[in-house]
Design a protein around this ligand. Structure first.
Ligand code: M6R
Length: 599
């Protein structure tokens, strides 16, 4: 979704904005632009990529930039941000949606303001034009923000003023603090090569960046937003010799998994230590867990459901966040709602979490992003510690989500007395073995590439699995479709014969998950069904006897209920190599955004 970067300080702003926009590319965008605020304001913006955008050399030391992912109006030069007022002296960048822009625009037009674009954003500079006649920039922004309904993160500059004013409501915005100035951005990645000291704005905040001096106000009162230091640097957000971020992130999984479990496992005692603040007594008395999430995180939730029900003996439902309505089976306060979200900023997931919270449920955010909205708004946060993920396709964060949720299932199971220490020790040992098992799969990449290339021209791709193999089948299909643009579907293997089998031909490769935790013998019967319709079958398997039924097979090391998670790494590599053989834009697939901040 849209990305914002801004800087004011002693350095020239143009190169800072250009590199910041590059760092934000991964969020997904279709146009980009900057405003350089000197004595006059100069705006440079256009539809297309940042490489298409020419930002001239400039002595300006204050400015804002934006990557746009269209919502109101198509991607055109005019609809690109920044947007300006009638005088061309005020520039605004915006992430989010202004719900009441229609009414505001009608009033402004009646008062003589002229609009250029189709966007909702353009009302803001025109409102500011009026407010600036009476107030300084910070107060003017506060007054205007009071009139806006919807979600927004804003950055504002004006000609002849060496200051940025930023505001946030429901859309992420961070402030970076450097010796020579200050930054605003949609996420830390945008400016991490300049500073790792950040503070996170909260809803209702208006921040005034006056050189390196940052003051934050909420509801007219000065507030303190503590500075935190992120524990990763610019190299974590670079490609490190790989052709794509996605491939780098697939290969980072052993390390990401080590980070997820580090210091959290006592395999001898059969205990997981998660430093949760949710009281043990509360977890022991839970009636129900509801997991809310989208996309890949939803698949991680489906995996976790089976682990939680098995280890903690607590009824667990998993809901697509955009479809979620809170309806506890009994007491709301005995229902824990877990929001699984890599970014911690997904609007659908935040909406679901807020609905549950308003109804009296406790919430836990399982997220990768320290300081994210989900982490701050939930009653408690559990970090998956995967490090920054830039590729739009979620890979290492899926593995880290499942590993962290597996730890949670042990923690809740032990707290409730439903999981013996020896069963807990077994799972914890498997978690310890996970990084090594994933590395074994990664070592097989040359063979995976060969098989992927062999089947890349299929008409469609099907993924089947049972039990824990089902979420992995869904995830395998999502990965393939989002980066290759080929039709791919994941099915519960038993469902094939209830409809999808009609689609199976000799040109539809079927990928079957045949590991522990997936009822592989039953799935093997489904494999035979598709084979007799002449479909090629690729097995991802820990079942030796399956091999003779498979056209190609990849072996999964023994790892109990975590085998399907290891199998998923093969499917990630398949998706990557199918897409790469077709020359797709793997890290920035068409129409998609990394962080989906609108509902
Ligand atoms: O940041 P989140 O985990 O909340 O994001 C949820 C989905 O948008 C995300 O997983 C999406 O499905 C990925 N692009 C899939 O690879």
């Amino acid at each position: 979704m849209c990305g914002i970067i801004g800087y004011v300080g002693s350095d020239q702003v143009a190169p800072i904005l250009t590199s910041g926009l590059k760092n934000l590319e991964y969020r997904g965008y279709d146009s980009a632009g900057v405003a350089l605020a000197d004595d006059v304001l100069s705006i440079h913006k256009r539809e297309g990529t940042i490489d298409d955008l020419t930002v001239p050399e400039s002595t300006a030391t204050c400015g804002i930039g934006h990557t746009r992912w269209s919502t109101h109006g198509p991607p055109t030069d005019t609809n690109s941000h920044p947007h300006t007022d009638c005088t061309g002296e005020i520039a605004v960048v915006h992430n989010g949606i202004i719900d009441n822009y229609d009414a505001l625009k009608a009033d402004l037009e009646a008062a003589g303001h002229e609009f250029d674009s189709d966007t909702d954003t353009e009302v803001i500079p025109h409102l500011l034009e009026e407010a600036l006649e009476r107030y300084g920039l910070p107060t003017a922004v506060s007054r205007v923000v009071d009139r806006l309904e919807g979600s927004f993160a804003l950055g504002v500059v004006a000609a002849g003023r060496d200051e940025i004013v930023a505001a946030r409501n429901d859309s992420p915005l961070v402030v970076g603090h450097a010796d020579d100035g200050a930054f605003i951005a949609s996420d830390v990645t945008a400016f991490v090569e300049h500073t790792r000291d950040v503070s996170y704005l909260e809803d209702g905040d208006v921040a005034h960046l006056d050189g390196g001096d940052v003051r934050v106000y909420n509801d007219g009162q000065r507030v303190d937003r503590p500075i935190q230091t992120v524990d990763w640097g610019a190299d974590a957000a670079e490609k490190g010799g790989y052709d794509h971020y996605m491939l780098k992130e697939i290969h980072e999984q052993p390390q990401a998994l080590r980070q997820a479990i580090s210091g959290r496992i006592d395999a001898v005692a059969g205990e997981a230590d998660l430093e949760l603040s949710l009281p043990e007594q509360y977890l022991a008395s839970l009636d129900e867990i509801q997991i809310v999430a989208c996309g890949t995180s939803y698949h991680a939730g489906l995996y976790a459901k089976r682990l939680l029900e098995r280890h903690a003996e607590v009824r667990t439902t998993v809901k697509i966040a955009s479809e979620y309505a809170f309806s506890p089976s009994r007491d709301p306060w005995r229902t824990l709602v877990i929001a699984v979200t890599q970014s911690g900023e997904t609007a659908d997931t935040l909406g679901a979490m807020r609905r549950a919270s308003r109804a009296g449920a406790k919430t836990l955010a399982v997220t990768n992003t320290v300081g994210s909205t989900a982490a701050r708004e939930a009653d408690d946060a559990l970090y998956i510690r995967a490090g920054p993920e830039i590729g739009v396709a979620a890979t290492k964060t899926f593995a880290s989500q499942v590993a962290t949720l597996a730890l949670l299932s042990v923690y809740v199971g032990r707290t409730r007395g439903t999981l013996s220490s020896s069963d807990a020790s077994d799972l914890l040992e498997h978690l310890r073995g996970l990084p090594g098992a994933v590395q074994q799969v990664l070592d097989e990449e040359p063979r995976v590439r060969t098989v992927a290339t062999e089947y890349a021209d299929g008409d469609a791709f099907f993924f089947v699995g049972r039990r824990l193999g089902h979420p992995v089948a869904l995830e395998g299909a999502l990965k393939l479709k989002e980066i290759s643009y080929d039709h791919a579907e994941g099915f519960a293997a038993g469902e094939l014969k209830h409809g999808p089998l009609a689609l199976v031909t000799g040109e539809t490769p079927v990928f079957a998950i045949l590991t522990d935790g997936t009822s592989p013998d039953e799935t093997l019967n489904n494999v035979k069904e598709v084979e007799s319709r002449s479909a090629p079958v690729v097995g991802v398997s820990s079942l030796e006897r399956a091999e003779k039924f498979l056209d190609a097979s990849f072996s999964v090391p023994e790892l109990g209920l975590l085998e399907p998670l290891v199998a998923n790494v093969y499917l990630q590599l398949i998706a990557y190599h199918v897409a790469n053989s077709k020359g797709r834009a793997i890290d920035k697939p068409r129409n998609l955004a990394k962080s989906v901040t609108v509902e």
